[in-house]
Design a protein around this ligand. Structure first.
Ligand code: IMP
Ligand code: MG
Length: 177
């Protein structure tokens, strides 16, 4: 099955929103250092663009996770594929995600990080699909709320493709191709 992509949020729209988010975050964390945590791989494009627009000191770490169980019945229980390199104890941690969907993965991840005793723990996501939420997750910074469509680009993939698109697009599946 082939697919086509239509633009939902243009490169300009995404970039200018990230600029605003960077300014907002810089203001909120004035006088502090932010420890950014990127959830691989989807969050990586957003985190790099965001980090460039934050004016307070920043450090970064990366984590890779995978979900247990089948795709259809995600428990939200996650397995750490790559853990953080550094301790987060006492740090002002900002988790940077590509998208919050059901909220299962993030709620589990945030609980786990909380146990490591950071000074503060906040969540920043480029995209949010509120209609899809199953588990309550407190999102501190949201780029865009989007409708319940499958999107790609800016780090988000469809079967590992399209992460490199500089815009957010909706995937349309085309049969007979
Ligand atoms: P959830 O919030 O636990 O349901 O999982 C969110 C994860 O599902 C995200 O980090 C993405 O990896 C993936 N995901 C959810 N919606 C989309 C989408 O529209 N496009 C690409 N990946 C998505
Ligand atoms: Mg993700």
């Amino acid at each position: 099955m082939a697919e086509t992509i239509s633009i939902l949020l243009s490169e300009e729209e995404v970039d200018s929103r990230i600029q605003k988010m960077g300014e907002m975050i810089s203001k909120d964390y004035e006088g502090k250092q932010i420890h950014l945590i990127c959830v691989l791989k989807g969050g990586v494009f957003f985190m790099c663009e965001l980090a460039k627009r934050i004016s307070v000191p920043v450090s970064m770490d990366f984590m890779a996770i995978s979900s247990y169980g089948s795709d259809t019945k995600s428990s939200g229980v996650i397995k750490i594929v790559k853990d953080l390199d550094e301790s987060i104890t006492g740090k002002d941690v900002l988790v940077v995600e590509d998208i919050v969907d059901s909220g299962r993965t993030l709620s589990y991840l945030l609980d786990m990080l909380k146990d490591r005793k950071p000074n503060s723990l906040r969540l920043c996501t480029l995209l949010d699909k509120p209609e899809r939420r199953v588990v309550d997750v407190n999102v501190d910074y949201t780029g865009f709320q989007i409708p319940d469509e499958f999107v790609v680009g800016y780090g988000l993939d469809y079967a590992q493709k399209y992460r490199n698109l500089p815009y957010i697009g909706v995937v349309h599946l085309e049969e007979n191709k």
